[in-house]
Ligand binder design. Structure first.
Ligand code: VGL
Ligand code: ZN
Length: 206
């Protein structure tokens, strides 16, 4: 069985200068850079939104943090972020990108949001990642990135549902924590569903 490091959404808009800045998110970059050389397979996910994306408060003339219901699904409203081609969409310059061999895009269509790289919010396949991984017998995923309580959480839950073995490297992840305790709840759920939670030191010393 093969394994991979999956780096979730390490894009400028989620870093401290970005429009949807995740607190302390720059701290994960050195951790992830240290993990990359340990893996033969290094993949990324990338939030890739059109300008009028369903998750943007600006599209609805509403405030950030409000919700709308779209196609029966509650949609949280965010600031404009990760617009394809713009600065906020780029990976952090500090991320060591040389070993990334494959990237998977999500949130590309205007009318449906997508936290998980496996399924969108309407439960339709979000990307070709599942086919890609299974074809290569990559069944164990080490997951890091942003944000713990949204895209990392949903990606982890779907990976478990699709029968991957999932290891979360906690010091390689940071949460938004819109509500106090969101990060702990996210880790609790991941663990309950079968993910293993570790610190990077455990991997660096193995
Ligand atoms: C994310 C909110 C909106 C994430 C993406 O990467 O966790 N969060 N879009
Ligand atoms: Zn997004």
């Amino acid at each position: 069985m093969n394994e991979a490091l999956l780096i979730v959404d390490l894009q400028n808009d989620f870093l401290p200068k970005g429009s949807l800045a995740v607190p302390n998110s720059d701290q994960v970059i050195p951790v992830i850079n240290e993990l990359i050389p340990l893996f033969e397979n290094v993949f990324t996910t990338r939030d890739s939104h059109p300008k009028d994306h369903v998750s943007f408060a600006s599209r609805w003339n509403k405030s950030i943090g409000e919700t709308v219901v779209k196609d029966g699904v509650e949609q949280m409203l965010w600031p404009n972020h990760c617009i394809k081609g713009e600065w906020g969409y780029q990976y952090s310059d500090s991320l060591d990108q040389e070993k990334i061999t494959e990237e998977f895009y999500k949130g590309t269509s205007s009318d449906v949001d997508c936290y998980s790289i496996f399924f969108d919010q309407n439960r339709k396949p979000a990307s070709e990642i599942d086919t890609y991984l299974k074809k290569r017998n990559i069944l164990k995923l080490f997951i890091v990135g942003l944000a713990t309580d949204y895209c990392v959480l949903q990606t982890v839950l779907d990976a478990l549902e699709l029968d991957y073995e999932v290891v979360i490297v906690k010091d390689g992840c940071k949460a938004i924590n819109l509500n106090p305790g969101d990060e702990e709840r996210a880790y609790g759920l991941m663990k309950e569903k079968g993910a293993r939670l570790i610190d990077s030191a455990e991997l660096l010393n193995r």
